[in-house]
Design a protein around this ligand. Sequence first.
Ligand code: NAD
Ligand code: DAU
Length: 355
Amino acid sequence: MSTILVTGGAGFIGSAVIRQLIAETDVTVINVDKLTYAGNLQSLISVADNPRYCFEHVDICDTATVANLFHKHQPDAVMHLAAESHVDRSITGPAAFIETNIIGTYTLLQAARKYWNELSTERKNTFRFHHISTDEVYGSLGEAGFFTENTAYQPNSPYSASKASSDHLVRAWYHTFGLPVVTTNCSNNYGPYHFPEKLIPLIILNACNGKPLPIYGKGDNIRDWLYVDDHARALRLVLERGRVGETYNIGGWNEKSNLEVVHAICTILDELRPQDAPYASLITYVPDRPGHDHRYAIDAGKVAHELGWKPLETFETGLRKTVNWYLTNPDWVDAVISGEYKNWIQQNYSDRGAS
Ligand code: NAD
Ligand code: DAU
């Protein structure tokens, strides 16, 4: 039985990874999370009492505490997901992105390196540092072509620049210090427990509440959507079988314009929760995001051919599951929208240092 230290495990993707690891493997999971506005332990209620799950309320920028975590838990691997993740927030307030995504990754790499250097040869050989990153580091595509693992980095937002920077640090710690790393760059995820500042959950919840459905610019920007549990499966495969020092791109082969995505959500809601007017009548065009990347599309051939990964959900099945989840989980939704989940964390986790 092995131990994986997952950073950012209270977030959208990290919590999906942890729920899968606890349900489908025998590993012990140490969830290291600062619990920013995006971190929500209510997404982990199903695993909270499992003896193979442990929560550590820690900021990855805190050098001493991060070093102690390695000594205390003796992990066999790190899955590093902790990050500031929202592009719009990186435009209005980039500082937290520089702190967590760059300094935090550096802090974690240094702690992992020191710990790894002191392991036995056998454990040194099997240890992995898995850095979870984004396709946004590659910049923006025109109408044709795909991002491959060899595409040059051209990040355009403070968010993607901070993630690109962290990717470069991880690469350097491999080449210079020999730390056994793997990196994955994934396209847009969607699914349950997604914080409703991101397009898909925002549109579902605004529609249900009769609010405008904001479309940036003309709505013709294209994203490559992947169901979050498919991403989590890919991450587990790369961690188990990916080649050290390699990068794997992960994507859904599933390009949609934002307008197509919003219409697809409206159509499902028209069927599941019909109203007098179609939900699409709430669509409202708003000013564009500054520096808005036009198109992302991943060539996921390497992870498919080398590791045999392919997504299980189509966009149609995944989106329907997602809309259904938001309709049938009003407690999670209400707590997030009201901010009540922060009080819940205070009440339930104050003994573990959470506030
Ligand atoms: P999220 O914003 O939902 O979750 C981020 C988590 O990190 C939160 O739980 C937060 O509390 C935690 N965190 C933030 N700062 C921290 C710090 N200083 N110390 C410890 N914990 C901290 O993000 P997500 O959408 O789940 O994304 C997870 C990772 O995957 C990120 O690295 C992101 O760049 C990457 N990614 C996301 C997507 C996507 O579509 N969401 C796609 C590709 C890659
Ligand atoms: O590509 C991977 C990235 O996908 C991840 O690295 C990021 O962490 C994740 O947030 C996501 O970034 P995007 O900026 O693509 O996601 P977002 O949901 O914010 O926006 C998706 C598209 O929808 C984008 O073109 C902007 C547009 N949009 C977004 C919002 C919130 C709107 O038109 N209206 C909105 O209200």
